[in-house]
Design a protein around this ligand. Structure first.
Ligand code: URA
Length: 210
C-alpha cells in the first residue's frame, strides 16, 4: 500500500475553498470536480498504455493509447458519485462500476448495500473514488472486494485522508497493489469519526442536505 499526498498550489487552493463552511453546494460540487481531475492526473501516472502507429499530416510515427482491458472506475455511493465526472473527463473510455457502502454512525462499520461491478476483474486496473478516507473501514472493505474479484492494480482517489485511516489501510492492505492519492492527510479523526480540520460531511455538502 502506497500513499501519495499531492503537493500542488492549485490543489491546496481548491481544497481550502472546499473546506470553508461558507462554500455553498453548487460551488462545492464544482470545486470537488476540478480537484478530482487534478488528483486523477497524478493517480493515472501508471495507467497502462500500448504503442500504436499513427500518421500525422507530416509523417508516420508511433504514439500511445490506453490499453485493453479498459480501466474500471468505481465511485463509492453516495459521495463518490460527485467525483465521477472529474475522473471520466480524463479517462472517457473507462468502464464504470458502482459500490454502495454505508457506515454505521455509531460503530463506524461499513456495509455494502449496492454492488454493480464486473464479476471478473482479473488483470484490470481499478480507480476507486471516495472523498473521505476517515477510519478506513469503507475503503478497506471496497478494495478487499475488488482484489477478491481479481483486480491487480487499485488506486483510491480521496479528497482528504485521516492518519487513522491511512494506518488502517497500511495494516489491512499491506503487500497489496494499492495506492491512495489524496489532496491532504489531515490531523486526526474526532470522536464522531469526522476528519479534523476536514470539510464536514462530504455527501451533505455536495448534495445540499446539511
Ligand atoms: N465522511 C465525511 O463525509 N466526512 C468526514 O469527515 C468523515 C467521513
Amino acid at each position: 500500500m502506497r500513499i501519495h499526498a499531492v503537493d500542488h498550489p492549485l490543489v491546496a487552493h481548491k481544497l481550502s475553498t472546499l473546506r470553508d463552511e461558507r462554500t455553498d453546494s453548487p460551488t462545492f460540487r464544482r470545486l470537488a470536480d476540478e480537484l478530482v481531475t487534478l488528483l486523477a492526473y497524478e493517480a493515472t501516472r501508471d495507467v497502462r498504455t500500448e504503442t500504436v502507429e499513427i500518421t500525422t499530416p507530416v509523417t508516420a510515427t508511433s504514439g500511445v493509447r490506453l490499453s485493453h482491458p479498459r480501466p474500471l472506475v468505481v465511485p463509492i455511493l453516495r459521495a463518490g458519485l460527485g467525483m465521477l465526472d472529474g475522473m471520466v473527463r480524463l479517462l472517457p473510455t473507462a468502464e464504470v462500476g458502482f459500490l454502495g457502502m454505508i457506515r454505521d454512525e455509531e460503530t463506524l462499520q461499513a456495509s455494502t448495500y449496492a454492488n454493480r461491478m464486473p464479476d471478473d476483474l482479473s488483470g484490470r486496473q481499478v480507480y476507486v473514488l471516495d472523498p473521505m478516507l476517515a477510519t478506513g473501514g469503507t475503503l478497506v472493505a471496497a478494495i478487499g472486494e475488488l482484489i477478491r474479484r481479481g483486480a491487480d492494480d487499485v488506486t483510491a482517489i480521496c479528497l482528504l485522508a485521516a492518519p487513522e485511516g491511512v494506518r488502517m489501510m497500511e495494516r489491512e492492505l499491506s503487500g497489496t497493489p494499492v495506492t491512495v492519492v489524496t489532496a491532504s492527510i489531515d490531523e486526526r479523526l474526532n470522536d464522531s469519526g469526522y476528519i479534523v480540520p476536514g470539510l464536514g460531511d462530504a455527501g451533505d455538502r455536495m448534495y445540499g442536505t446539511a
